[in-house]
Design a protein around this ligand. Structure first.
Ligand SMILES: [Fe+2]
Length: 596
């Protein structure tokens, strides 16, 4: 049975293909369209999934979408009636339903030669989030929590995953939302773009939660959830966009002047960041954590399980996720690599699989479900661009022996250089996890400034992440539960922090990725080689991009390398390195390598 799962007309539009209960391919549309958080129909991602699996459109049995316009209809109707018949929200909902009817036709457009015979399933948004975490987790039983901005009229849902099924125990409905709270305060702090919440999370470590009392006026915890004080928010007064047909999703201001009366004037994006802003960021994070741990405690009481699976946009809050083991009775946490709305594509597919009687038989223990490119494709890309590469004073060599490739790359990194590392299948989800990564030496504090100034051009308060060999996690971090998808932040052991300043945040934390040989043997080998040279079993890992979606193809990787100040690019077995113009023309790395 072949199921195509979709997150369409929504932020982080994506497609995933599941055959007989096993994931074959998954990718976000932004990687193909080259627009961050692209939010239309995922035609290119569908094309890729079908190509990857060698499947034609007519072979798809079921299409599952992570949105159901009919979900919670009574609640929607009551809400709309309460606001009068002119509710823009009602019109918006009707539009949503009309568009959903066109999905099979849009799939047919992906391959006009084929015919579509699939059945279409609309599956409630948060159920899809919950399936996207629990169904692919290693847990037979788990408490499951989904928290986001909004989807299908609710913003949170929780319950128990057991024997492949999910029992929903509770929900928080529109207009109350932790995701919207965080997004509104992110706008207030001068970060206007969709997805900027992680900037506030990074800034929070520089402040103290001295505005927590004010935050508690905005978010009220209740016995079975939370409520927003709506006087601070616009979304229940004005229509919010709920779907987009292309481009980056945009939002109007979500907060009212009352928020400025409570916290002082908003920060504009060009204003300097003051201590007040850092303290507000810290207070926003503290309030989010209060509500998050309130929900986790409630769920633990109701489910009694020690396993926790998290999903929804708020599950990207790796700082809160990383405190679960310390602050609760849960012993193991699973957060899937695409925890946000993109992940709804696999959630929808697996929810459909389960509802059609399929067994649970797939654990997602790595994130490499995207496109890959052969050595021949890489060679062809390099040969087309050879003149440009030479004009940029770069050499090209090939090192076919993996051990030698890793040893030499590790040496370049240990020498303080910055390396683009492009291997195998692209990651599923927002994090680069060792196949589309920029790598550097975690021991050098100056690397952070260098990366920020010359390649990433991002805010100096944002931390860089370490990839650590799985067996060494306990030696370097205060927790050791696996973090394969960089979705948890742990405290770095105090005596180790000075050895890895480039990946130690101001509060002593690190947003780690634990790397296992099984999940990514080449990347594991590279870090091992770095440890052989330096005694440090980790490497600084940041996504391979420059203010754009993470690179997908060798050409995009080469473009990024050539327009930035990266020192070397490893494309599969190919090594492209800038000549050291100040001295010898032959770099020590390439001198001994066989020429291609
Ligand atoms: Fe969502």
């Amino acid at each position: 049975m072949i199921i195509l799962g979709l997150n369409a007309f929504h932020c982080d539009s994506a497609a995933a293909l599941v055959r007989d209960g096993v994931l074959l391919a998954a990718a976000e549309e932004e990687r193909f369209r080259r627009v961050k958080h692209w939010a239309g129909f995922p035609a290119e991602a569908i094309k890729y999934c079908l190509k990857e699996a060698g499947i034609r459109i007519g072979e798809i049995d079921h299409v599952a979408v992570n949105q159901d316009g009919n979900a919670h209809l009574l609640r929607k109707a009551l809400y709309v009636l309460g606001r009068g018949p002119k509710s823009a929200l009602l019109i918006s909902r009707l539009r949503t339903r009309r568009r959903r009817k066109g999905i099979l036709e849009l799939i047919k457009d992906v391959d006009p030669r084929g015919s579509v015979r699939a059945n279409l399933h609309h599956i409630e948004h948060h159920l899809c989030h919950m399936f996207s975490a629990y169904h692919v987790s290693p847990f037979s039983e788990a408490a499951v929590l989904s928290v986001d901005g909004f989807g299908d009229f609710s913003s949170a849902a929780w319950g128990l995953g057991s024997d492949g099924a999910i029992r929903v125990d509770g929900r928080v409905y529109f207009p109350h939302s932790l995701g919207l709270f965080y997004q509104a305060l992110t706008q207030y702090l001068g970060f206007p773009n969709y997805g900027d919440e992680y900037k506030v999370m990074g800034l929070a470590a520089f402040g103290s939660p001295s505005y927590l009392r004010q935050m508690q006026k905005i978010v009220k915890l209740e016995r079975r959830g939370f409520r927003l004080n709506l006087s601070y928010f616009m979304h229940q007064v004005e229509e919010l966009p709920t779907q987009w047909t292309d481009g980056s999703p945009t939002f109007p201001d979500l907060f009212t002047p009352s928020l400025e009366a409570l916290l002082g004037p908003r920060r504009s994006p060009s204003d300097p960041i003051e201590q007040r802003h850092r303290d507000i960021a810290s207070s926003v994070q503290a309030m989010y954590e209060e509500a998050f741990f309130h929900l986790l405690a409630l769920m633990h009481k109701e489910t009694g399980t020690r396993h926790l699976a998290l999903a929804g946009g708020c599950a990207a809050n790796s700082v809160a996720n990383g405190k679960v083991l310390r602050k609760t009775d849960y012993k193991h946490v699973y957060v899937q690599s695409a925890a946000g709305d993109a992940g709804g594509a696999i959630g929808a597919a697996f929810a459909a699989w389960q509802s059609l009687g399929g067994e649970r038989r797939f654990v997602m223990d790595h994130a490499f479900w995207g496109p890959h490119f052969s050595m021949e494709e890489i060679r062809s890309c390099l040969s087309e661009r050879q003149h440009e590469i030479e004009a940029s004073h770069c050499t090209i060599n090939v090192i076919a022996d993996e051990q030698e490739l890793c040893a030499r790359t590790a040496k370049v990194i240990a020498d303080g250089k910055v390396v683009g590392w492009f291997q195998g299948r692209m990651e599923w989800g927002p994090r680069a996890l060792g196949n589309r990564s920029i790598l550097a030496d975690p021991r050098r504090a100056d690397i952070k400034e260098l990366l920020n100034a010359k390649i990433k051009r991002r805010e100096s308060f944002r931390p860089f992440a370490p990839s650590v060999l799985d067996w060494a996690t306990r030696d370097w971090f205060e927790e050791s539960d696996p973090v394969p998808f960089m979705m948890q932040v742990y405290q770095i052991r105090e005596d180790k922090r000075s050895q890895i300043p480039a990946v130690t945040h101001v509060d002593g934390s690190g947003r780690l990725q634990t790397v296992s040989k099984r999940a990514n043997s080449r990347y594991y080998r590279l870090i091992e080689a770095f440890a052989d040279i330096t005694g440090i079993p980790m490497i600084l890992n940041t996504s391979f991009n420059e203010n754009e979606p993470v690179v997908c193809t060798p050409t995009q990787a080469l473009d990024c390398f050539l327009r930035t100040h990266m020192d070397a690019l490893i494309l599969g077995d190919y090594v492209i390195e800038r000549r050291d113009l100040s001295g010898s023309n032959e770099s020590p790395m390439l001198g001994a390598a066989p020429a291609s």
